[in-house]
Ligand binder design. Structure first.
Ligand code: SAM
Length: 249
């Protein structure tokens, strides 16, 4: 009998599918405490503008139920609550270390209500059907092993009329930008990781994983395949990042 195991990518490496989630968890375990600081340094603060674009598109409203998936240290949740304090937010992430940093940040900000912190895998959400008005995923979806399974899960937990917003790096750059962007990605970012977070390896994975993520048009097709309608995307900062929008009907 043929017992070939399923293979997937982890950055530029090929790994057994069943190993990827654990490897991704390890990456974020290693960077959790320096994660937010590194984001600002690596992106020259641009990540703040990208996240603001996401929150603008979300249009936070009173009693809106938001699932912030792969929500890590809670950055999107805090930004949403800053706009509208009466939202109910679930931050779901597979990594306990990232969530622990998020909870500490919430205490520092005196945000003791409004956010539930949930450890769970995007591919099998421990959440009820049709519960959320909106779902956001910022820089998380490319880390998921079976992206289609996660998209179907988001579709399941959103209410009809629910809004799904995904912020993600784009693998394809305009020719003019490409050489400089590649040089910065492969030479500077891992060095910054070593200097600031004490570990270059997670940042090598970061830049490689971006190159493995589907281009925006292909990701739109995946969203439609999961049942979403009115799918669109907007390129930010010359196409380094894309903001995808889709609706559950
Ligand atoms: C780059 S961080 C983004 C964190 C946060 N959304 C932000 O923008 O600051 C990616 C997050 O995805 C989480 N993640 C990776 N695979 C996941 C999965 N299968 N299910 C849920 N979360 C996952 C990681 O643990 C990590 O916290």
């Amino acid at each position: 009998m043929d017992t070939e195991e399923a293979i997937t990518h982890f950055g530029f490496r090929q790994v057994p599918e069943e190993a990827k989630t654990g490897l991704v968890r390890g990456v974020f375990d290693r960077v959790a405490t320096r994660y937010d600081c590194m984001n600002d340094v690596m992106s020259f603060g641009l990540q703040r503008l990208w996240k603001t674009a996401l929150i603008d598109a979300l249009r936070p409203a009173p009693v809106m139920r938001l699932l912030d998936l792969a929500g890590g240290t809670g950055d999107i949740a805090f930004r949403a609550l800053r706009r509208e304090r009466r939202m109910e937010i679930t931050v779901c992430d597979i990594n306990q270390s990232m969530l622990a940093v998020g909870r500490d940040r919430a205490i520092d900000k005196n945000l003791l209500s409004g956010i539930d912190w949930l450890c769970g895998n995007a591919e099998a959400l421990p959440l009820a059907n049709r519960h959320y008005d909106a779902c956001t995923v910022a820089f998380g979806i490319r880390n998921v092993t079976h992206i289609e399974a996660a998209l179907k899960e988001v579709h399941r937990v959103l209410k009809p009329g629910g809004h799904f917003l995904v912020l993600e790096f784009s693998p394809s750059q305009p020719e003019l930008l490409k050489a400089a962007y590649d040089w910065y990605s492969f030479h500077v970012i891992p060095r910054l990781g070593a200097r600031i977070a004490g570990d270059a390896e997670p940042y090598r994975y970061l830049v490689e994983s971006i190159r493995r993520f589907p281009p925006p048009r292909r990701f739109s097709v995946m969203l439609e395949g999961a049942g979403f309608a009115n799918v669109s995307f907007r390129a930010l900062s010359g196409g380094i990042v894309c903001l995808h929008s889709a609706w559950r009907i």
